[in-house]
Design a binder for this molecule. Structure first.
Ligand SMILES: [Zn+2]
Length: 316
């Protein structure tokens, strides 16, 4: 039996450093399926994907033409080939999952907003923006060499969430979306330390900080902060501020933080928040994937690390 996901606050593709992403509410339908005796998924038919563009127009793409555009849009092309291959499988899995559940957009389409579905960059746009044909060929190789491959858990396509940078450890799905998902558990993600998005520091005035959280601005900031509870992924689960217990995910949203893995200190009237990582940190870390590839891991090892207990199957 598959896992029950009555509702899930869901954002997939967080986040390359140059982009801001907003998490959206998503309710998943139950999918009736099972893998066949051959281990091949037979109930998912679409070989084309409907893609919703910013102008509201929906275009139909061949699946792997779309996957190529997602990899070009979502992952730096100078990443290792094995990381790009992992990204291709994850992007394909995500798109087919949306095609079967179809709740985010009409008729199961995926949009090109990386804060909602997945970024997309056509070959033409990539080249116009200064990308090289050599880089395009590298990504084509990543897509072709993984053609038809998808990730499943107990015979069902997984929720293939991914993000830019974990800061050293990924996060449990339940800590972010409140839903336990067996293959979206906190795992170590070493080797990201040199990523631009690893650390970030934001300084708030006490007035701004209090306004963002709806707090009564009284006393010196040094006295505002109380007990902190942490998640399995070393994020802030909740924190007492001015006597109120506030969830880490709420703090991230209201303060505009890169992640829930943060520490707070005060300096006079200023409140200084330092974050590690970038994104919801659930699923595959893109910088972590590249670090694994640099250290010799193949693409299957990468996604089996970030989605433990899943299976690689052919989608037909
Ligand atoms: Zn979308």
């Amino acid at each position: 039996m598959g896992i029950a996901l009555p509702s899930l606050i869901f954002s997939v593709a967080e986040c390359l450093p140059r982009r801001s992403r907003v998490e959206e509410t998503f309710t998943e339908t139950t999918v009736t399926d099972a893998k066949s005796e051959t281990g091949v998924i037979t109930e998912y038919k679409p070989r084309t994907i409907h893609v919703l563009f910013d102008d509201g127009i929906v275009q139909e793409f061949d699946l792997d033409t779309y996957v190529l555009g997602v990899v070009l849009g979502e992952m730096p092309v100078d990443f290792e080939l094995e990381a790009l291959k992992a990204q291709a499988v994850v992007a394909r899995t995500y798109a087919l999952k949306r095609n079967t559940t179809g709740k985010k957009h009409k008729d199961g389409a995926v949009c090109i907003d990386p804060g909602c579905c997945q970024a997309y960059c056509s070959q033409e746009s990539f080249l116009e923006q200064g990308g090289t044909s050599t880089s395009v060929q590298k990504v084509i190789n990543a897509v072709k060499s993984t053609e038809g491959q998808v990730l499943t858990y107990q015979g069902k396509l997984i929720e293939a969430t991914y993000f830019s940078c974990s800061g050293g450890k990924t996060e449990d799905a339940v800590a972010v979306w409140g839903t336990e998902i067996p293959y979206l558990q906190a795992v170590d993600s070493p080797g990201e330390e040199n990523a631009d998005c690893y650390w970030d520091t934001v300084v708030y005035s006490s007035k701004d900080f209090a306004a963002r959280l709806g707090l009564k601005n009284t006393g010196t900031p040094a006295s505002w902060f109380g007990a902190v509870a942490y998640t399995e992924g070393e994020g802030v689960d909740n924190m007492v501020i001015c006597g109120k217990v506030i969830k880490g995910t709420t703090l991230r949203t209201k303060l505009g933080l890169r992640s829930t893995a943060f520490t707070i200190k005060t300096d006079g009237d200023n409140i200084i928040v330092t974050t590690k990582g970038f994104g919801h940190r659930v699923g595959m870390s893109q910088y972590g994937a590249d670090a694994m590839a640099v250290n010799g891991s193949k693409y299957k090892e990468i996604f089996f690390h970030y989605y433990p207990g899943t299976t690689l199957q052919m989608h037909t």
